[in-house]
Design a protein around this ligand. Sequence first.
Ligand code: ASP
Length: 591
Amino acid sequence: MYRTHNCGELRIGDVGKEVILSGWVQTTRDLGGMTFIDLRDRYGITQLVFDMDSDAELCTRARKLGREWVIKAIGKVRERASKNPNRPTGDIEVEVHALEVLNPSKVPPFTIEEDSDGGEDLRMKYRYLDLRRPPLQRNLIFRAQLALETRRYLYDQGFLEIETPFLIKSTPEGARDFVVPSRLNPGQFYALPQSPQTFKQILMVAGYDKYFQIVRCFRDEDLRADRQPEFTQIDCEMSFVTREEVLQTFEGLTRHLFESTLGVSLPEFPRMSYDEAMRRFGSDKPDLRFGMEFVELTELVKGQGFSVFEQAELVVGICASGQAPYYSNKDLKKLTEWVQRPQIGAKGLVYVKVNEDGSFKSSVSKFFGSDQLQRWAEAFGAQKGDLLLILAGEAEKTRKQLSELRLEMGRRMGLMRSDVFKPLWVVDFPLLEWDEEAQRFFAMHHPFTAPRQSDIPHMLDGDFETMKRLRADAYDLVINGAEIGGGSIRIHDRVLQEKNFKLLGFTPEEAERQFGFLMGAFEYGAPPHGGIAFGFDRLCAVMQGQTSIRDFIAFPKNNMGRDVMIDAPSSISEEQLEELHLALREIVKKD
Ligand code: ASP
């Protein structure tokens, strides 16, 4: 037998018990005639004690144990003389009388403790050692709980968990596909699913009216801190539902997850149209943990000869409460440089400080007198001590820039608390986005998204300008400025789906070749349906107040899309290439 208890389990009530523990040696300390070992497993740490006086040979062996050796210890639980209140097992220790080394260990390349001294690359290479650390263990345990509670809730609601294939034909969700060559079909490729979108819709046609899956999705995109080439979604679809019913169901799921895992009861889930979100916050995923809403000054500031404002399509600003005293000229110059960085791209920044004596200090006081600045301050509802930050330029760009500045100010002012959760449904997204460069429309969500019911007639016979104004029956769940999930009511009729493909630049032949199976299915009694997918990794991170999803994935890829532990991707043998009809010889032969 390897263990009677785990390393996080023993308490004062167990004193006197004979126990067997197995685990990893975290530390050994020799104090005079005693040797102490902290023995660790994923449940916690228990102190083992060896006494030179009672068994010199055993104590000497214990002293030789190295970090991360795997051992089994048999002993008696006793009360500790000096207790450790920071540890659940801190009242006791185990006085060992038999010790077995189950496996020695090399000296680990970094410390395996709450905080490690290892760099990112090293920790990724030795992921199995990093995963032994308590923070990562807590994350993965949390993730497992969250998956369990997701299943519990959705099964209770009558959903069925149904698997869909990984080797499919490409589904356009806006990213590049990963492809897999087919040995049996020379020159042909499968694509890994960017999501199970078309399959879940086919399941609706097949009558499985409430489907879900916790499923891996694959997208070959350039990587960012919060992106991974493979990631997990809670993917759902429902038949005979309106948007309202979908939102209610997934608000219910979200509430259940927060309550059951964190004990947090979420506030109201407000709804905001895409247009409103852009106007008030410059973002389709506004962080509602704080206000700092946009105030438009375009009309108010014209006619004073300040050319930047005169030429601007939009002049818009935010009010940073109480910040004026903290921003010296030098700080404001730095802040201006911050918005001018290429990542933000603003031309400049106009500020107004509302001083304690009611006077103003502004970067544009040459053009605007205090009467005018007073009117600006009123538009913002500004108080003494407030700092107004204003950007100007082309409307859409300026809003995005100001949104970045709003988040930065929120961060600096400590308004993004990790223990506060503010959910929001963003609804009524545009159906199509016009791409000037490519001179074509793109689907804002994906090509299967239905327009709002009232827009259907316009979609069927409207002109170009009408198409730009079409609204989708699409929705996103946002929490604390992170997009947690997105979905839509779908098109379920062939004519409308064909029209949408046409608008998206598909020829009828292309549409038929790629999606004939789906449009064909729509001709055999497709029910009205809609659904949503939550980004599961992101949800884990947001619920834990963290930004990187990597720490919630057991084996993530690095920034180059590499798994440095197993060293993938890697080249394959000439024989494999040949089998797959990808060997140079084969290709040349074919040509
Ligand atoms: N398939 C969509 C996505 O991955 C979600 C959905 O529309 O249900 O974003």
